[in-house]
Design a protein around this ligand. Structure first.
Ligand code: URA
Length: 261
């Protein structure tokens, strides 16, 4: 039976799942059989394929530049929060209910950085208040730290639809906001929860299993180093409780560092 497609519903669905680019259904390469010539783009595709790619890259580059320039203008954490609230250069904002800025003790020695708000955080506008947040609270308490003792934030201030992994472009656009937060908090140590936070701040692509459990360094824009420790994300621990022992040793390592001098 033929099924009719409701175009409005379809577009709404695309919006929710984060589709923001329209390209051809398949690459249109004219393969020239029996010759050694390189394949050529068919003439019909030449004008449409390249602009789609460059438009996304250009939009991202412009948004990153805007974010960096705005961050430079912020002279306080409060000003930065206002800037992030009114920033419109990241499409995630338009599907999110809240802008989830960092929260907690602005004079904390420990800054904890997660990936992005989930559904509960998006609803309440506060980082780590859902199931992952409850586990994080318990892990902190186990080493004698309360939520009021730390400052908690995320790489992204907006929830990606369906909690999908953020794209490189989304991370790149939002990173200046996170880096500026670090400059205002000036923590003694940074705890990076999960691969997205670790890769974004340590500027590498290693897996969290490789990065976790040893002291690394994050460099602020003036090159001041801050001790950084990567560990598993609580959401991962909720699904893989066998890894909790490794997280426990990471949290003990954190505690030891805090007690040094
Ligand atoms: N996961 C995160 O990475 N951050 C939150 O704030 C909540 C869940």
């Amino acid at each position: 039976m033929e099924q009719k497609i409701n175009i409005v519903e379809l577009l709404e669905w695309y919006k929710i799942v984060g589709v923001d680019e329209i390209c051809g259904a398949a690459p249109e390469l004219t393969i020239q059989q029996s010759t050694n010539k390189a394949p050529e783009l068919s003439s019909s595709m030449q004008p449409s394929v390249r602009p789609a790619i460059t438009t996304l890259a250009q939009t991202t580059t412009t948004a990153c530049k805007n974010a960096r320039e705005l961050c430079e203008k912020a002279t306080t954490l409060e000003e930065l929060k206002e800037i992030v609230n009114s920033f419109e250069g990241c499409a995630l904002k338009f599907n999110a209910k809240s802008t989830v800025f960092g929260a907690g003790n602005t004079k904390a020695a420990v800054m904890i950085i997660g990936e992005a708000p989930g559904a509960d955080e998006d609803r309440l506008g506060i980082p780590f208040v859902g199931r992952s947040g409850h586990l994080l609270d318990k892990m902190l308490l186990a080493v004698g730290l309360k939520r009021e003792d730390v400052y908690i934030t995320n790489v992204l201030p907006w929830r990606p639809p369906g909690n999908r992994t953020p794209t490189d472009a989304e991370v790149a656009v939002c990173l200046p906001f996170l880096k500026r937060q670090i400059e205002f908090i000036k923590p003694k140590v940074i705890l990076l929860l999960g691969g997205s936070a670790a890769n974004a701040l340590l500027d590498n692509t290693d897996s969290i299993s490789r990065l976790r459990g040893r002291w690394l360094e994050y460099f602020m824009s003036d090159k001041t180093p801050i001790a950084a420790l990567a560990s598993f994300h609580p959401a991962y621990l909720l699904r893989n409780s066998a890894q909790k022992a490794k997280s426990w040793s990471d949290f003990l390592r954190l505690l030891k560092k805090l007690k040094e001098n």
